[in-house]
Design a protein around this ligand. Structure first.
Ligand code: G1P
Ligand code: ZN
Length: 547
């Protein structure tokens, strides 16, 4: 037998900027490519964990530029730090929801996911890394803060000196005492989807002529979508477009919103629209759903999925409750009320859903930022959301438009839009939020035309399971008629600050359900600008992205 490869202890110095954000550590790729940068963070992750010796770590990424190099570094460090086994997706690939599914299926200690989600990739793009715990979900703040603390004092990291692991051949190899198992990135996930959805009913719908266009955006979901939609469910060949994952996503933003996937909206509004248009993002956890002639907002999609989940095999016993991030529209709240189940409002970011899912308080979760998912994993899941819609469509035998309009007629419509001011100067953005906070006590009672402010606060979340408290999670302004404006700063950006303004209006009257969204929000939009003095603080007269 060969001697085990030596474990090297490499001296290093801290980087000051390794605090994980809404979803792990995200930086420009060039930042991650600096010597020791990634290694420091990985060692800081391991230093924050206890009791992993001999246990299993799951590892994969969205395949973006630098993924392969990063995978090799993490493999060698995980081996040097004493993991017993590392389960890695072939080619270093695992979509974020698939990584969550594999962590759960393998009963792993945890997992490391390499992704910057919907941010562009490539040498000039972004890279990211996050740690997921044994439930398959993003590490809670207690761990991410410990990682950050460690990163500020790190002096060395451990890595085995060994040749690169062959990532392209399925099966087992060794890195010293550690077993490395390369797995098919799709298989476990596909089995899980088959256990939740009625594949026969969906396949019958495709045989009867149902048409789908799914844009994988040259990102990680291509192989998953091909295997599920075309090979298993019989969608026509070519239903999945941009199916080949590319390291730079073809130079595009792999972000399935109405800006970066506008071609899908155009298709859906054209005479050639398929029955369903859909897309997912760089790492496969977001979703976009557009029916013939109608875009479904993620907030509405969450509400409609919750209202119809009982029609789907995996949820036929009913759902325990629904959770949504605070800025997400309150459409789901009305469904939960009607079903007589719990509704939870959490800070932005999937990590806050984990405790509620683990405790069985909720079954379905969602965010306005194109995220939906359930207790099948602990991440949001883009393909799951599309399958949910396909299954509901197959059972109800109605179009997307009929289902959405019927939902509004029954529950009322929450007109909703998010206005993003991207890459503004951090100083101005911070001052804007600070000024709003100062103003909060004076706002209730003020009226602006027909709009009267009823309450205003800075959202704080008290986790009902572990009692942790997360403060300063977004400024909310609530109006007497049920309208709402929310302000917060993005925690995922990599340059400057991004101000997000979330605007919502509830309309119970079905005769008023056909308005164009920005028009329906017409009175609230200028008020959102003036209340926060967006122009004064950022110099911007218009948002850079409206979704
Ligand atoms: C954004 C979204 C948030 C989502 C996160 C990760 O975070 O707003 O809902 O969980 O990306 O996909 P933000 O940039 O707003 O902090
Ligand atoms: Zn993502």
């Amino acid at each position: 037998m060969n001697a085990p490869p030596p474990i090297q202890t490499v001296a290093t110095t801290p980087f000051a900027d390794q605090r994980p954000g809404t979803s792990g550590l995200r930086k420009k790729t060039t930042v991650f490519q600096q010597p020791h940068y990634l290694a420091n963070f990985v060692q800081s992750i391991f230093a924050s964990l206890e009791g992993y010796a001999g246990k299993t770590l799951v590892l994969g990424g969205d395949g973006r530029y630098f993924n392969r190099e990063a995978i090799q570094i993490v493999l060698k460090m995980a081996a040097a730090n004493g993991f017993g086994e590392i389960v890695v997706g072939r080619g270093g690939i695992l979509s974020t929801p698939a990584a969550s599914a594999v962590i759960r299926a393998e009963k792993a200690f945890g997992g490391i996911v390499l992704s910057a989600s919907h941010n562009p990739g490539g040498p000039d793009g972004d890279f990211g890394i996050k740690y997921n715990i044994s439930n398959g979900g993003p590490a809670p703040e207690k761990i991410t803060e410990a990682i950050f603390d460690h990163s500020r004092t790190i002096e060395s990291y451990k890595i085995v000196e060994a040749p690169d692991v062959d990532l392209d051949t399925l099966g087992e190899t060794r890195l010293g005492a550690t077993k490395v198992r390369v797995i098919d990135p799709v298989a476990i996930y596909l089995d899980l989807m088959e256990s939740l959805f009625d594949f026969d009913a969906i396949a019958a719908m495709f045989r009867a002529g149902f048409t789908l266009k799914f844009d994988a955006m040259s990102a990680v979901t291509g192989p998953y979508a091909k295997a599920i939609f075309e090979e298993r469910l019989g969608a026509a060949p070519g239903s999945v477009i941009n199916a080949e994952p590319l390291e730079d996503f073809g130079g595009h933003h792999p972000d399935p919103n109405l800006v970066h996937a506008k071609h899908l909206l155009d298709l859906a509004l054209s005479p050639h629209s398929p029955d369903l248009c859909a897309a997912s993002d760089g790492d496969g956890d977001r979703n976009l759903v557009i029916g013939r002639g109608i875009f479904v907002t993620p907030s509405d999609s969450l509400a409609i999925i919750a209202a119809n989940a009982h029609l789907v095999k995996g949820y036929s016993g009913g759902i325990a409750g629904v959770a949504r991030s605070m800025p997400t529209s309150r459409a789901a709240d009305r469904v939960a009320q009607k079903l007589g189940i719990g509704i939870y409002e959490t800070p932005t970011g999937w990590k806050f859903f984990g405790n509620l899912l683990d405790a069985g308080r909720v079954t379905i979760c969602g965010e306005e930022s194109a995220g939906a998912g359930s207790n099948h994993v602990r991440e949001k899941d883009g393909l799951w959301a599309v399958l949910m819609w396909l299954n509901i469509l197959a059972v109800r035998k109605q179009s997307v438009a009929e289902i959405v309009r019927g939902h509004w007629a029954e529950y009322g419509r929450n007109y909703y839009s998010r206005h993003d001011y991207e890459e503004v100067a951090s100083e101005g953005a911070n001052a804007l939020i600070a000024d709003l906070r100062k103003k909060l006590p004076s706002l209730p009672g003020q009226t602006f035309g027909a709009l009267k402010i009823e309450a205003a606060d800075d959202f704080a979340y008290h986790d009902p399971i572990d009692q942790s408290i997360s403060k300063q999670q977004g400024v909310r302004i609530l109006f007497a008629d049920g309208s709402r404006i929310v302000y917060r700063l993005s925690g995922t950006g990599t340059s400057g600050a991004t101000l997000r303004v979330y605007i919502e209006l509830f309309e119970p009257d079905p005769a008023k359900h056909d308005l164009e969204t920005q028009g329906a929000l017409g009175a609230l939009i200028p008020l959102a600008e003036s209340l926060a003095d967006i122009r004064g603080h950022t110099g911007r007269t218009e948002p850079s992205v409206i979704t």
